[in-house]
Write a protein that binds this ligand. Structure first.
Ligand code: PGA
Length: 248
């Protein structure tokens, strides 16, 4: 069975002290969770938040990783740098990186392969824009993102996929549970064709986009949905805990 994974994506929010305050509030609220609980935080927060979650069931993730081992890449952060701070997960190819920072399927692929080689668990984001959905090319876009983004991956079960329809991110518009389930089903079918049916049935696929305590239960009840990648609602301890404890 696939273990549910609920991950927060803080984006460019919260200073180290604000991040520590949030996880300190969060710890008792999620202590009895039966899913994996992850907070993906800005690079500047990793050390302090990592210290604050020691001994708890909360795991830490980063929001990006460079594909080179080290070198002349001013402003970038390597896998080894993250690993030394106890980072276990890393978001790769978030739509905001694709939209504002020139991320492509090819760079997603390079980052993913490096993260896997180093033992980080990539959370690889895929998703269509509103324009793409309305022109009926959602499946074509997702297939391309998967085909190129995950090319050369040896063990699919070592990563997590996040399906985030771009039109649902930060907009308050959620894909209906059925829509999300159907699209994630398509992603799994594509993974089965590219890799193998058994590994596709084992890989965890999250939904992301305006997920909150009020809609988490319905989304999580869908057969294909194995968790959530949470933006806005991850910035409030009660909201994030409400999603983590969706089944309680
Ligand atoms: P949201 O963001 O929950 O604020 O829609 C999700 C994400 O971008 O990962």
């Amino acid at each position: 069975m696939r273990k549910v994974i609920i991950a927060g994506n803080w984006k460019m929010n919260l200073t180290p002290s604000q991040g520590v305050a949030l996880v300190n509030e969060l710890k008792p609220l999620v202590a009895n969770a039966d899913c994996d609980v992850v907070v993906c935080v800005p690079a500047t927060d990793i050390y302090a938040v990592g210290e604050a979650i020691k001994g708890s069931n909360i795991k830490i993730g980063a929001e990006n990783v460079h594909f080179a081992e080290s070198g002349a890449y001013t402003g970038e952060i390597s896998a080894d740098m993250l690993l030394e701070l106890g980072v276990e997960y890393v978001i790769i190819g978030h739509s905001e990186r694709r939209q504002y920072f020139g991320e492509t399927d090819e760079t997603v692929n390079k980052r993913t392969l490096t993260a896997l080689k180093k033992g980080l668990i990539p959370i690889v984001c895929v998703g269509e824009t509103l324009e793409e959905r309305e022109s009926g090319i959602t499946e074509k876009v997702l297939k391309r993102q998967i085909e190129i983004g995950l090319e050369g991956v040896e063990d699919l079960t070592k990563l997590v996929v996040a399906y985030e329809p771009v039109w649902a991110i930060g907009t308050g518009k959620t894909a209906t549970a059925e829509q999300a389930n159907e699209t994630i089903g398509f992603i799994r079918k594509t993974l089965a064709e590219k890799f193998c049916p058994v590994c596709a049935s084992q890989v965890r696929i999250q939904y992301g986009g305006s997920m909150k305590p009020g809609n988490a239960k319905e989304l999580m009840a869908q057969e294909e949905i194995d968790g959530g990648l949470i933006g806005g609602a991850a910035l409030k301890a009660n909201d994030f805990a409400g999603i983590v404890n969706y089944n309680k």
